[in-house]
Design a binder for this molecule. Structure first.
Ligand code: UD1
Length: 339
C-alpha cells in the first residue's frame, strides 16, 4: 500500500480526502496543527472507514518537525498539501500571518520532499487566482488576475513556487487543483465543515441560521449584473472534490501526467446565485431561512463558474452530486453538530 502524506488532513477538504484515499486502498499520514480543526475529526474518519489515520500534530512552518515526519514515515510516496489559512477577510487584516503560514509551509514541504526523494505533490489552489474572469465559464487557460486579497496572493505565489521549482530541474511533479466553492459534508454526517466562530462562508452561515444559531443570513448584494442581482458561484460537493484528489495523486504516482505541472479546475460547470442557493436550501430541507439583502461585501467577485472539461477529460473525473443532495448533506451535518 502506498503512503500519502496529507497536510491539513484534519481540515474540511482534507478530512474528506483522507476518507476517499483510505477507501481507495492508500495508507494515510495526516499532518495538522489543529489550528482550525479538532481530533474529533480523526474519530469521524475512523467511523466511516474503520481505519484510524496516522496523525502527527505539527505546524508545517516547522521545518525540523516536518523533516522528522519524513524520517519516521520512510515510505511516503506523495504529498497532498492542504495546510493553509483560508479566511479572505482575516488575510486582509493579518497579511503577514497568511504569508508566513501559507508560503513557509509550502517551502518546507517542497524542501523536505526533495531531501527525502519524494517527487509527487498535489496542491490545494483556488479559483480565486482567476479574479473576475473575462470569459465564463473559466478554463485553465484563462489568465490569472492580480489577487484581491493576501489569501488569494498566497495561492498564486504557491502555484508559482511549484512551477519555478519544476523549472529549476527539481525532481518534482505536481498537480495544481483549483477549487471553486466546496460545500456539503460526507453523507454519513461523521465529518463536515467545522467553522470556528462566526462563519465567513455562505453555506455554514446558511445552516447555522436554519438551526437558529444565527438570527439572519445577510445576502451580500442584489445589484450585481446577474439574473437575480446576487453573486454567482460554482458550488461543488466536497466528496466529489475529495475524489478528484485521489485520481490526481494516482495519476502522479503512475506517471500518467502529460507535463511536470498540471493545472485542473475542479467545479461542476454550473453557476448558482446566492438567492438560488437560499431557495434550494429551503426547498430541500423544508426550513424557512431568515435572510435579508444587505450591501455588497468588499472584494467579492460578481460571478465565476468553472469550465471543468479538462479535468473531466484528463482525470476521467466529474462532479456528480446534485446541489439538492449536497445542501441536504450540509444540513444533516449541522443537525448532527447540534446533538
Ligand atoms: C472565498 C474565496 C475563495 C476561498 C474561499 C475560502 C474569493 C473570490 N473567493 O470564496 O478563494 O477559497 O472564500 O474561504 O476570494 N455570501 C453571502 N452571505 C454570507 C456569506 C457569503 O451572501 O454570509 C455570498 C458571497 O457574497 C458570495 C457567496 O455567498 O457571493 C459565496 O461566498 P463564500 O462562501 O464566502 O465564498 P467565496 O467568497 O466565493
Amino acid at each position: 500500500m502506498q503512503k500519502i502524506l496529507v497536510t491539513g488532513g484534519a481540515g474540511y477538504i482534507g478530512s474528506h480526502t483522507v476518507v476517499e484515499l483510505q477507501q481507495s486502498g492508500y495508507d494515510v499520514v495526516i499532518v495538522d496543527d489543529l489550528s482550525n480543526s479538532a481530533t474529533s475529526v480523526l474519530k469521524g474518519i475512523e467511523k466511516i472507514t474503520g481505519i484510524i489515520p496516522e496523525f502527527e500534530q505539527l505546524d508545517c512552518t516547522d521545518y525540523a518537525g516536518l523533516d522528522g515526519v519524513f524520517i519516521k514515515h520512510k515510505d511516503i510516496a506523495a504529498v497532498i498539501h492542504f495546510a493553509a489559512s483560508k479566511a479572505v477577510g482575516e488575510s486582509v487584516a493579518k497579511p503577514l500571518k497568511y504569508y508566513r503560514n501559507n508560503l513557509m509551509s509550502l517551502i518546507n514541504v517542497l524542501e523536505v520532499m526533495q531531501k527525502h526523494g519524494v517527487d509527487n505533490i498535489v496542491f490545494s489552489s483556488s479559483c480565486t487566482v482567476y479574479g473576475q474572469p473575462d470569459e465564463l465559464p473559466v478554463s485553465e487557460r484563462a489568465p490569472r488576475k492580480p489577487a484581491e486579497s493576501p489569501y488569494g496572493n498566497t495561492k498564486q505565489i504557491c502555484e508559482d513556487m511549484i512551477v519555478d521549482a519544476v523549472k529549476s530541474g527539481a525532481k518534482v511533479k505536481a498537480s495544481l487543483l483549483r477549487y471553486f466553492n466546496p460545500i456539503g459534508a460526507h453523507p454519513s454526517a461523521e465529518i463536515g465543515e467545522l467553522p470556528l466562530g462566526v462563519p465567513q462562508n455562505l453555506i455554514p452561515f446558511v445552516t447555522q441560521t436554519a438551526a437558529g444559531i444565527r438570527a439572519k443570513l445577510s445576502v451580500f448584494g442584489n445589484d450585481y449584473n446577474t439574473p437575480d442581482g446576487s453573486c454567482i458561484r460554482d458550488y461543488i460537493n466536497v466528496v466529489d472534490l475529495a475524489k478528484a484528489h485521489v485520481i490526481a495523486v494516482k495519476r502522479l504516482l503512475e506517471n500518467k501526467s502529460k507535463k511536470p505541472v498540471e493545472v485542473f479546475n475542479l467545479g461542476t460547470g454550473r453557476g448558482l446565485s446566492v438567492l438560488e442557493v437560499v431557495k434550494t436550501f429551503e426547498k430541500v430541507t423544508g426550513v424557512k431561512l431568515n435572510h435579508e439583502i444587505v450591501g455588497r461585501r468588499a472584494g467579492d467577485i460578481e460571478q465565476v463558474w468553472a469550465n471543468p472539461d479538462f479535468a473531466n477529460r484528463e482525470l476521467g473525473w466529474k462532479a456528480v452530486e446534485t446541489i439538492e443532495d449536497t445542501l441536504a448533506s450540509a444540513w444533516k451535518w449541522q443537525q448532527k453538530l447540534m446533538r
